[in-house]
Write a new protein. Structure first.
Length: 316
């Protein structure tokens, strides 16, 4: 799948056709949604879509709009992927059968439409919506999770979305996917950090140090829990406890990082002539079958599929 950028504006349509067109485009880009607005003939909207087959970023501006994901639509078109919503102007109300919240500029929300919900965007509004494959988010999380984008890691996530949007015409599919991978990793760290109780703050810091160490040393074929503990000057038990709190183990974390490194290499044109078996060996897998099976479980496709899509994009 090649990377594409498309733009749509309702002003190209007759007034009585605009909201219908907006609903059709929203359903094509997102999922089955009932789109409504209080004054259909006065509706105005514009959206820009960046799409690679892995991720999608839609930046949009429109009049007041309401999006309904009804139980019938959920049953008819299941959708497990997550959406990262970042308002830039105007407010968005999120309502589920259990709770509700308002997302304003300076905040964001990770939400799912796998369950019924309603999004109401009051007045003229501008926002970005990043679709993240469900397999990339360790969750499950509640129907939505809100967080602060005005400081710290949240501000970095928001800034990266802005740059990704602004540089849309300068990116390839490999670059777009790699940037979205990093944004998703930071987003998951942001949510984990917000969920940590104060009593376990020290273990959370240890976990962050472990992840950084593993990321820096992932090419080491002898990397394991004991070597991580030795490299950081801690006990293996301390490393295991910190990762247990995060719902993983040293072995699982190292495997996850190796699979991500393998995917980056399979996408990278500089590694296109490296046999897939060698990519697997270089990232710590003892055989081609073990590598292919682990890769398919994690990413939902084979290493060969990933390389083929990257090559098709590079030669398009």
């Amino acid at each position: 799948m090649r990377y594409s950028v498309t733009a749509t504006a309702t002003d190209d349509y007759a007034p009585h056709e605009r909201i219908e067109m907006w609903g059709e485009r929203t359903n094509a880009y997102q999922s089955a949604l009932d789109v409504r607005c209080p004054s259909p003939e006065d509706f105005h909207g514009r959206m820009i879509r960046q799409y690679s087959g892995e991720y999608q970023l839609v930046s949009y501006w429109s009049s007041e709009t309401q999006y309904l994901r009804t139980p019938d639509l959920v049953r008819r078109e299941p959708d497990e992927d997550y959406r990262l919503l970042i308002p830039m102007d105007g407010e968005t109300g999120l309502v589920t059968d259990r709770s509700e919240a308002t997302v304003r500029p300076g905040t964001g929300a990770l939400l799912t439409i796998a369950r019924p919900c309603r999004l109401t965007q009051t007045g003229p509004h501008r926002a970005a919506l990043l679709t993240i494959p469900a397999r990339e988010v360790p969750g499950p999380y509640p129907a939505y999770y809100t967080f602060d984008l005005s400081k710290g890691l949240g501000r970095i996530v928001g800034a990266m979305i802005g740059v990704l949007r602004d540089e849309r015409d300068e990116l390839t599919a490999v670059q777009f996917d790699a940037a979205c991978d990093r944004i998703t990793e930071l987003l998951c760290l942001l949510i984990k950090g917000a969920e940590q109780p104060s009593a376990s703050g020290r273990l959370a810091e240890v976990e962050a140090d472990i992840r950084r160490y593993v990321h820096r040393n992932i090419a080491d074929p002898d990397l394991n829990g004991a070597s991580v503990a030795h490299g950081l000057g801690w006990s293996l038990r301390q490393v295991q406890l910190a990762l247990q709190q995060a719902g993983t183990t040293p072995r699982e974390l190292i495997r996850e990082e190796r699979l991500r490194l393998a995917r980056d290499r399979l996408r990278d044109p500089r590694h296109r002539h490296v046999p897939i078996t060698d990519v697997g060996h270089a990232t710590g897998f003892p055989s081609a079958s073990a590598f292919s099976a682990a890769y398919r479980r994690r990413f939902g496709e084979t290493p060969r599929d990933t390389r083929r899509r990257a090559l098709e994009t590079d030669t398009a």
